[in-house]
Write a protein that binds this ligand. Structure first.
Ligand code: AMP
Ligand code: MN
Ligand code: MN
Ligand code: MN
Length: 272
């Protein structure tokens, strides 16, 4: 696909710098790329963004929760210099810091010391998240790889899965809209909800001003695309697609490496 509206740099938990990401996007044939780091827009102030044959869309991926489920909302085509984004980013950064300290305390009780400092050292920007704790656990020899770190310590229901710290869903949608962006529900299939529950989420989401959803997220089977297309259409939402690229060498999420949106949907980029 020539349009990829979901990607990460090393300002959140991606491995590439913004310049390296855009270079890779260009080489992969991507013509429009949104950088959507977790809770930060620092990537847009970094050097090496211009001069590529890629249209860069300013975006963000806000963490929030709905009922008991952690969910992610993309803000696409935002004014990343707006007061609303600054307010949102500041709020989420504080929440992340408090959460990181709590994660470290919990790991300490499991006999893992120095996790806060270790995770901080793994992050270049203001974002500190579970992937940085995972890298610390790997680099300090506590686990073999990232997968094991999430499976043992950081994944759903494990000690490091500290919740209820983010701004709520109406708030993150409002920040995005106040920044003239479009609020898009990220990777709806990742939450492992029943279809009924996903529809309830979308009812709240649209009532609160959400405007779109990701119909295609990375490589996915055609049945999933068809199911998400149907949901998207039934809620009158704009359709988005993206790789959720974090790092090279992950075959299921390469820049632009996914199927096109079904033709009857309204692509979100028509509004950019
Ligand atoms: P956080 O923002 O701190 O909640 O961290 C969430 C991020 O961790 C996600 O955006 C993923 O990139 C990453 N992640 C979540 N689950 C896993 C997993 N099982 N293995 C590797 N990375 C994961
Ligand atoms: Mn991530
Ligand atoms: Mn996400
Ligand atoms: Mn993402």
């Amino acid at each position: 696909m020539e349009v990829d509206l979901h990607s990460h740099t090393d300002f959140s938990d991606g491995l590439l710098s913004p310049a390296a990401l855009i270079e890779r996007a260009e080489k992969s044939g991507v013509k429009t790329l949104a950088i959507t780091d977790h809770d930060t827009v620092d990537a847009f102030g970094s050097p090496g963004l211009a001069g590529r044959n890629v249209r860069l869309i300013a975006g963000i991926e806000f963490s929030t929760q709905w009922e008991s489920t952690g969910i992610h909302v993309l803000g696409l085509n935002i004014d990343h210099r707006s007061d609303a984004v600054s307010t949102g980013v500041r709020f989420q950064a504080e929440a992340r810091l408090a959460r990181a300290r709590e994660i470290a305390e919990k790991l300490e009780k499991k006999g893992i010391s120095g996790a806060f400092e270790g995770a901080s050292a793994e992050s270049v920007g203001h974002y500190i998240g579970r992937p940085h704790f995972a890298r610390y656990l790997v680099n300090s020899g506590r686990v073999k790889n990232m997968r094991e770190a999430f499976k043992k310590y950081l994944g759903d229901g494990k000690v490091g899965d500290v919740r209820k710290t983010w701004a709520d869903l109406p708030q993150v949608i409002q920040w995005i809209r106040d920044a003239n962006g479009i609020a898009v529900l990220a990777h709806p299939l990742k939450y492992k909800m029943t279809r009924t529950r996903l529809k309830r989420l979308l009812e709240s989401f649209t009532r609160d001003g959400g405007q779109g959803m990701e119909v295609v997220s990375g490589k996915q089977i055609p049945q999933h695309t068809a199911a998400m297309a149907e949901v998207c259409e039934s809620y009158g939402l704009l359709a988005s697609c993206g790789s959720d690229f974090h790092a090279p060498d992950t075959a299921w999420s390469e820049l632009g490496g996914f199927s096109p949106l079904p033709g009857h949907l309204t692509p979100v980029w028509e509004r950019f």
